[in-house]
Design a protein around this ligand. Structure first.
Ligand SMILES: NC(=O)C1=CN([C@@H]2O[C@H](COP(=O)(O)OP(=O)(O)OC[C@H]3O[C@@H](n4cnc5c(N)ncnc54)[C@H](OP(=O)(O)O)[C@@H]3O)[C@@H](O)[C@H]2O)C=CC1
Ligand SMILES: O=C(CO)COP(=O)(O)O
Length: 320
């Protein structure tokens, strides 16, 4: 099996490292200088410092070379996915494309699978998602992920090809559920970070995670997901990880909001655009999503943390 990872950020680099024992691995960067630096320094100093790139990984900025592989993992941020696919559309036609991003596209309200289907209609799409920090994967720590794919035979092949000694993949055919679990947990992680950053305590975080999970289920079921998918790695599993660890960028962004301090605007924080997308869809569908709406307002600066707390606590009392 040969695999190329398109997108040399933290996650793409970690997946390339993890897959080196399984066959030939190419890591593609859109930036020629960055690709050259990684190829010679054997480290992604910009996005995943401190982890050596195994000698077997070929790093390139040549898309023709990269797209020769049997399987292409697409590891770019959700809001960049459409542009990234469109820019390479002719090279990607007919390929097996495994999206590795988590989010809802703000301009369309679609998840990664649908964006692939729109931009590269004859591609064979799948999604890799679930609780995993790039650093953990790169260091070979045990991780379990969800592989979502509608085509059973392709799904079995990918599960076999992408599983490693430390990376265990579970299959599902519920692509909508897997997409939304990964997308929506980032929104809740921002909320939890804000609560902890503002000193509201662990009980507040538990309440936000639980009621946030109820919102995730409500939203995902409305869009046709299966309830059990949300209970799995791509939903509950990733929610627990992301809402409780400072390794998460979404959680750290929330912490900065709660503490009223600046956050590096170059850092990828998927939950900000997804909160906005989720809120717009929920409003159009008449779905009650108070935490997501509050996170969207908090992230955009429309609400202060004090206003956000007031908005959530002053809602009418209801049954659980
Ligand atoms: N980091 C993690 O622990 C995990 C991340 N993910 C998901 O993976 C996705 C990517 O995240 P991550 O790798 O961490 O992000 P990073 O911010 O570390 O890297 C993003 C990468 O995408 C590249 N990129 C951006 N736009 C384009 C484009 N149009 N064409 C080609 N390449 C592009 C960037 O290139 P450039 O440097 O040139 O801008 C950069 O290499 C996200 O959806 C995230 O939720 C999932 C699980 C874990
Ligand atoms: O998706 C992740 C963990 O599963 C990574 O989370 P962040 O994007 O918040 O760092």
């Amino acid at each position: 099996m040969s695999v190329s990872v398109l997108g040399s950020g933290a996650f793409g680099t970690s997946l390339a490292i993890s897959l080196t024992g399984n066959g030939s691995v190419t890591l593609w960067s859109r930036d020629q200088d960055q690709a050259h630096h990684m190829q010679t320094a054997r480290e992604n100093t910009q996005r995943l410092p401190g982890v050596a790139l195994p000698a077997d990984i070929k790093v390139t900025s040549n898309i023709d070379q990269a797209t020769k592989a049997d399987v292409l993992l697409i590891a770019v941020p959700m809001q960049k996915l459409r542009d990234a696919l469109q820019a390479q559309a002719s090279d990607l036609a007919g390929k097996t494309l495994v999206a590795c991003c988590k989010g809802i596209e703000l301009s369309s309200g679609l998840g990664p699978i649908s964006v692939i289907q729109q931009t590269i209609p004859d591609a064979r799409p799948a999604l890799l998602t679930g609780p995993s920090f790039a650093d953990d994967i790169a260091r070979g720590l045990p991780t379990a992920l969800t592989l979502a794919c509608a085509d059973d035979s392709l799904s079995l092949t990918l599960q076999h090809d992408l599983t490693t000694a430390n990376l265990r993949l579970y299959r599902t055919t519920d692509m909508i559920g897997a997409e939304l679990g990964g997308a929506l947990k980032n929104v809740m992680a921002i909320g939890c970070g804000a609560a902890i950053g503002a000193g509201l305590g662990e009980s507040a975080r538990a309440a936000l995670m639980t009621r946030g999970f109820a919102e995730m289920q409500r939203f995902a079921l409305m869009r046709g997901a299966r309830p059990d998918t949300l209970m799995g790695l791509s939903g509950l599993g990733d929610l627990v990880l992301t809402c409780s660890s400072e390794l998460s960028r979404n959680y750290r962004f929330g912490l900065s909001l709660g503490r009223n301090i600046q956050f590096d605007t170059h850092t990828t924080v998927e939950g900000v655009a997804t909160a906005r997308a989720m809120t717009e869809i929920a409003t159009a569908e008449g779905l009650d999503m108070p935490i997501s709406t509050t996170v969207a307002d908090l992230s955009s600066g429309a609400y202060s943390v004090t206003e956000a707390i007031r908005a959530l606590l002053n809602r009418p009392l209801k049954e659980e």
